[in-house]
Structure formats: structure tokens, C-alpha cells
Design a protein around this ligand. Structure first.
Ligand SMILES: [Zn+2]
Ligand SMILES: [Zn+2]
Ligand SMILES: [Zn+2]
Length: 175
């Protein structure tokens, strides 16, 4: 008999990327899975994962906390001379390929935890205390929203929904 773990189990989601990671999880696995996936996506689309694109993605996957463009620029500039437009192009490329998401509220970037389900609307739980972000598995835009938008003649291209709150770890530390 098969065991009853299902693909709905958060820990089984994307090649070992946990939905809401505990502080002591093996993060190098998340990062490696994301980088390997990026390499596969680029190869299958005949696109080049250039050194800058890869380094940018790697830097974004340093943690599950969103990172701002200026911080990325500062970190990447340690390794190489880098003009802001080059970084913006790399970020745009990664976003177009569904490898990262842009969080509007904080103008920052986060690695996509469900890159296989493209295209999807990003729905994020953002901890206001430790900054950890969990991306919920791609949920469809609700029919109600879709209908209203259509009635207004608006074609929804993509959606990003951000929920602010406190993660379990932070709530346990100081409720
Ligand atoms: Zn991780
Ligand atoms: Zn995503
Ligand atoms: Zn937290």
C-alpha cells in the first residue's frame, strides 16, 4: 500500500523547498533546487542563464527574506563592476521566466517557491517581524474578481497578493 503523503504536503511542494521554512532548515537545499530549476527552465527555452543572471538569483535565494534592488547591487558589486541597468535587466529576465517575484509593498524581490506552476498569481504570507516570506501554491484569481475586472473591460495579466502578519516562530518567541 502507498503511504498517504500527498503532493499537497507543503514540505513536498517543490523539490524540497518548504512552504514556511523553520529558521534551522537546510536552506542550501532550497537554493540548490532553485538554481537547478532555473538552469532547466533556461535550457528548455533556449535562453542563457548568464553569470549575472545566475548570481542575481543566487543572491535573492540567500534566504526567504525579500531583498531590495539596491542591496543586490551592493552585494553583487563586491564581486564585479556592475551598472544598475544591467542588474535591472537581469531582474526583469528572472521575473519574466517566473523564477522570482516582485513584492510591490516593499519594492523587493523574492525567489519563486513554485516555479513549476507557471504562470501563477503570487500569494504571499509576509512576517512583519522576521521578514520571512512564504509563497502559497499558485491559486487562481477568484471568479468574482475576474468577473468584475471583465465587466470593467480590464484584462488581468497577473496578480500579487500580500498578507502581512506574524509567522509561527515569531509568535512562539514572543506572543
Ligand atoms: Zn530555505
Ligand atoms: Zn511563484
Ligand atoms: Zn517571523
Amino acid at each position: 500500500m502507498r503511504d498517504h503523503t500527498t503532493t499537497a504536503d507543503p514540505d513536498q511542494q517543490q523539490a524540497g523547498i518548504p512552504l514556511f521554512p523553520s529558521p534551522d532548515h537546510a536552506h542550501h537545499r532550497c537554493r540548490n533546487a532553485a538554481l537547478q530549476h532555473a538552469a532547466r527552465v533556461c535550457k528548455s527555452h533556449g535562453l542563457r542563464l548568464t553569470r549575472l543572471r545566475r548570481q542575481t538569483l543566487e543572491m535573492i535565494w540567500k534566504s526567504h527574506r525579500p531583498v531590495k534592488a539596491y542591496a543586490l547591487l551592493a552585494q553583487l558589486s563586491v564581486q564585479r563592476k556592475l551598472a544598475p541597468p544591467s542588474l535591472y535587466r537581469a531582474l526583469h529576465f528572472l521575473e519574466q521566466q517566473g523564477l522570482i517575484h516582485r513584492l510591490r509593498s516593499t519594492r523587493s524581490f523574492i525567489g519563486c517557491s513554485h516555479p513549476a506552476t507557471t504562470p501563477h498569481s503570487g500569494q504571499f504570507l509576509i512576517c512583519i517581524r522576521c521578514d520571512t516570506v512564504a509563497e502559497l501554491p499558485g491559486l487562481p484569481i477568484t471568479p468574482g474578481t475576474q468577473r468584475t475586472a471583465t465587466s470593467l473591460g480590464f484584462a488581468i495579466d497577473r496578480a500579487t497578493v500580500e498578507f502581512l502578519g506574524q509567522c509561527q516562530t515569531c509568535r512562539t518567541l514572543a506572543p
